[in-house]
Design a protein around this ligand. Structure first.
Ligand code: HEM
Length: 391
């Protein structure tokens, strides 16, 4: 790799090695010598084992990069967040999304291997299994998949990782640190406009919903066709129940308790507000962030789905996995919403109301939300930071 820098002495002081070439910089001696085909030990090496190893290694490298980005994003969210950082968060989330797209598609490459080819070397793998991928667990934990939401299979790390204490410690640590979903919720709870003594979005939204439901009830009661009337009233009843679940904090909490909702009540309010007023300059980037968070959940679900289809193609649906699970059936159960960290963002659409009912912004909040990064910065330089929130 050619070095465009002039002051080579500085770089040497920073630890660069003189005369280092491409392979040394990338430590290719390690990476390219790490494909140990177990079938080659017999006198019948299996051609496809090479692909099987390389593809897993490629996955692990990309997992590493995703974790690296995730850690930095979690840090940015917890430091005092400025608009310039929001842009950096957006950039890194976008990167994760693009990597995940590659990971979803990569499954197809392994599907060029036939089940018969796989059978020829599968025996050598036991008891190794993707179930023991520490990085995959870290990735899930750092996003916010909780132990209590997981399918009850081999939750005992000592059984899965054996004597590897470092690995167990690292996974346990990732379960106690704030995950991406936690820091995102804290950030959403600070959404400008939620203050009760300010714009009071929640109070206004509640009034708008009551108005909407009242209008719809009047229209339903005027309906002369009995069947249509009954249908409309039933539908209304259901919608009233849904809104009760979001306006009544106790009902919301009960749903969180049952694992059907994950966000705190305030974070949910913030995300609804951002969704409604996403055209305001201040909410444009937060809205994109919410969208990318859903992309991450979707893509991981798509990966799980592609993986489970491949597993069925390779070993069918009744063989146990090399890690000892029920194989196909275990993996299929991980496709549920329990593994979606941002499930509340997906379900936001349930609470949306027609544009004409969205509470209009007051001049005050409109001017707050119209602030761009430059304006905010200038104000701060002029010592006017008191009125500007730290979102
Ligand atoms: C022939 C190809 C593959 C087969 C037959 C296969 C099979 C399985 C099975 C049966 C499991 C369930 C655990 C067990 O009992 O072993 C599993 C889990 C897993 N596999 Fe694969 N796998 C394949 C390829 C891959 C690849 C390319 C990756 C990429 C990293 C991967 C990553 C994982 C992960 C992360 C899990 C844990 C999933 C979870 O617990 O939610 N697998 N695999």
């Amino acid at each position: 790799m050619s070095c465009p820098m002039n002051n080579s002495q500085d770089y040497e002081q920073l630890g660069a090695e003189e005369g280092m070439i491409y392979g040394e910089y990338l430590m290719l001696d390690k990476i390219l010598n790490a494909q140990r085909m177990l079938s080659a030990r017999s006198n019948r090496p299996v051609h496809d084992e090479h692909l099987f190893i390389v593809i897993h290694q490629a996955y692990e490298l990309w997992f590493k990069q995703i974790i690296y980005e995730l850690d930095s994003i979690r840090y940015l969210f917890t430091s005092s967040l400025e608009e310039s950082q929001t842009l950096e968060i957006l950039k890194r989330l976008q990167r994760i999304v693009l990597i995940l797209k590659v990971l979803v598609d990569q499954v197809m490459i392994l599907e060029t291997m036939t089940p018969l080819d796989f059978m020829e070397f599968r025996g050598y793998l036991r008891p190794a299994s993707g179930f023991q991928s520490m990085q995959f667990r870290l990735l899930e934990n750092k996003l916010g998949v909780r132990k209590e939401h997981r399918v009850k299979y081999n939750q005992d790390y000592n059984v899965v990782f054996g004597d590897d204490k470092d690995c167990i410690n690292e996974i346990e640590k990732s379960e106690t640190e704030p995950a991406l979903t936690d820091v995102v919720q804290k950030w959403l709870e600070r959404t400008p406009g939620l203050e009760l003594d300010g714009f009071n979005f929640w109070g206004k939204f509640k009034e708008a919903v009551q108005e909407l439901l009242k209008t719809d009830r009047e229209a339903a009661e005027k309906e002369t066709n009995k069947r249509i009337r009954a249908f409309k009233l039933k539908d209304l009843e259901q919608r009233e129940e849904i809104y009760e679940s979001v306006f009544n904090p106790d009902v919301h909490q009960a749903l969180v308790h049952r694992g059907e909702r994950r966000f705190s009540h305030k974070a949910l309010q913030g995300s609804i507000m951002i969704t409604f007023y996403r055209d305001e300059p201040r909410f444009s980037q937060p809205h994109q962030i919410l969208s990318l968070l859903m992309d991450i959940d979707s893509l991981i679900t798509k990966w799980r789905y592609n993986h489970v289809l491949m597993v069925q193609r390779m070993i069918g649906s009744s063989q146990l996995g090399t890690g000892g699970s029920s194989g196909y059936h275990y993996l299929r159960s991980t496709l549920s919403d329990r593994y979606k960290v941002f499930v509340d963002l997906f379900n936001l659409s349930t609470f949306l109301i027609p544009r004409s009912y969205i509470p209009p912004l007051t001049d005050d909040i409109r001017s707050q939300l119209s602030l761009t990064w430059g304006v905010k910065n200038k104000r701060r330089e002029n010592g006017e930071s008191k009125n500007v929130d730290s979102r």
